[in-house]
Design a protein around this ligand. Structure first.
Ligand code: ATP
Length: 283
């Protein structure tokens, strides 16, 4: 069953002159057709300005299509009667946790979402506890968010989203402002959520290493989805990736370099252990 589906999705921003008059259109999404299965982990890659955030904002109807259609769990995001369903189905996590955390105490912050949904008070506390536990932040429930590290704050922001029990979480560069430790914490959290809660995860990122566990990777360029496949398929197409100004994970690059020097190593290596294994197999 599809959680997200689009048909010829188009989105145009208005182009303005210096006085703010509309002088034309800028097509940010240009005929995108994607299917994202329920419970899957899909990563979206693409150079700056390729349309990733614009696509993400359609998933909880912050933006509605200028053309074509997006369905979220079967609801057309253009249908005003479905807005509430769409917003409840898809939770968003953005780059900067400071913009998403509004409470002065961690547990209060996580409780805001369910409170706004009208969840009864006792259930709110159950949800707060469960959500903080699932991101590994329960022991910080009485802390002030501004004393936490970036990675911890982002985990609190994720807890705030999962407390609303969305079927789908869209993370738009959630690790861009974090140090390597924070990045690892957040990615581990996302992976656990997917395994335990069966939520659909859509991760937008610039870091190639973050997508190697995805079920599917979509590469965007100039508003189009230009590549689609498993991480192994995508990272085997190095020349194409270069054309879209993207890299491959460092270990893949190293493996390709060794291959081009004549070593018998398979293409599309994604993990250090795979490269070590391949090297150990050589005569
Ligand atoms: N609010 C806006 N008004 C006008 N044009 C916009 C607006 N937001 C984005 N754009 C334009 O739409 C296109 C796609 O932008 P978008 O932010 O979706 O790309 P992106 O792939 O998410 O980029 P990044 O990696 O930098 O976040 C770009 O040309 C961008 O300049």
């Amino acid at each position: 069953m599809e959680m997200i589906q689009t048909e010829d999705l188009v989105f145009e921003y208005d182009k303005h002159d210096e006085e703010g008059n509309v002088i034309g259109k800028n097509t940010a999404i240009d005929g995108v057709n994607i299917d994202i299965e329920q419970g899957s982990f899909v990563a979206i890659l693409g150079h700056n300005g390729s349309g990733k955030s614009t696509l993400a904002k359609h998933i909880n109807a912050i933006l509605v299509p200028s053309g074509g259609t997006m369905w979220v769990d079967g609801s057309d995001t253009k249908d005003p009667d479905k807005l509430w369903d769409v917003r409840q189905t898809a939770g968003m996590v953005f780059q900067n946790p400071d913009n998403q955390i509004i409470g002065t105490i961690v547990e209060e912050d996580v409780g805001f979402g369910p409170e706004n949904l009208g969840v009864p008070t006792e259930d709110i506390w159950t949800r707060v506890e469960e959500s903080l536990r699932s991101v590994g932040m329960l022991e910080y429930r009485h802390h002030s968010p501004n004393k936490l590290s970036g990675g911890q704050k982002q985990r609190v922001a994720i807890a705030g989203v999962i407390a609303m029990r969305p079927k789908c979480i869209v993370l738009d560069e959630p690790t861009a402002m974090l140090d390597p430790n924070g990045r690892r914490e957040v990615l581990r959290t996302v992976e656990e959520l997917r395994k335990k809660e069966n939520v659909t995860v859509i991760l937008i990122t610039h870091y190639m290493e973050e997508v190697i566990d995805a079920d599917k990777v979509c590469v965007m360029d100039s508003g189009h989805v230009v590549m689609e496949g498993t991480p192994r398929e995508i990272f085997s197409r190095v020349d194409e990736l270069k054309k879209y100004r993207l890299d491959v994970p460092q270990v893949t690059m190293l493996a390709d370099e060794l291959q081009s020097r004549g070593l018998d190593i398979p293409s599309g290596i994604l993990r250090t252990e795979e490269l070590v294994e391949a090297l150990c197999q050589l005569d």
